[in-house]
Design a protein around this ligand. Structure first.
Ligand code: GNR
Ligand code: NI
Length: 177
């Protein structure tokens, strides 16, 4: 990867933008434009910084996401591009992580989700892949796949907490007009 050459970061869509509630449509072809877009999504994610990003978070309603849950400080980047994912299996076992979302900046809350997931997807080479994930990767995959269906991690909180967050971001957005 060449740094600073031909890479672009894109502005993030922030709550309460209704785009975040869009159900994204499948990616239909993997061409040079899509590969460039995947690079730009990764650059936007690393720059934020975040460990995942769904296409709708930059305003593109397609079923595509990027991920890298590798520790930034030590070792190599481990970028993943996930196209048209389907969840094949979720475990009964649950795990709790403190989640955040680049579309809901500086708000964090604990969310309980299946501890393990099996996901089938297409990679950037057009090849079908299956991944069995646990830990942070399992949580992040589920968080991103939720975005493809217009769901946000605040949907798992009590209505009181969710409404509070939405109200706060709605007010903030009005001040920025
Ligand atoms: O950067 C992110 N961190 C994170 C932490 C715990 C659970 C999920 C995430 S995903 C988030 C980036 C993001 O908003 N992806 O949609
Ligand atoms: Ni998110």
């Amino acid at each position: 990867m060449r740094y600073g050459v031909g890479m672009t970061t894109m502005p993030l869509i922030i709550l309460p933008d209704p785009l975040l509630r869009t159900v994204s449509k499948p990616v239909e072809r993997i061409d040079d434009d899509l590969k460039k877009f995947a690079d730009d999504m990764l650059e936007t994610m690393y720059e934020a910084p975040g460990i995942g990003l769904a296409a709708i978070q930059v305003g593109v309603p397609r079923r595509m996401l990027v991920l890298d849950v590798a520790n930034r400080d030590e070792g190599e980047k481990q970028p993943m591009v996930v196209i048209n994912p389907t969840v094949l299996h979720t475990s009964d076992e649950r795990s709790v992580y403190e989640e955040g979302c680049l579309s809901i900046p500086e708000f964090y809350a604990e969310v309980e989700r299946p501890a393990n997931v099996r996901v089938r997807y297409t990679d950037l080479a057009g090849k079908e892949q299956e991944i069995e994930a646990d830990g942070l990767l399992a949580t992040c995959l589920q968080h991103e796949i939720d975005h493809l269906d217009g769901a946000l991690f605040i949907d798992y909180l009590s209505r009181l907490k969710r409404d509070r967050v939405i109200k706060k971001f709605t007010k903030a957005a009005k001040h920025k007009l």
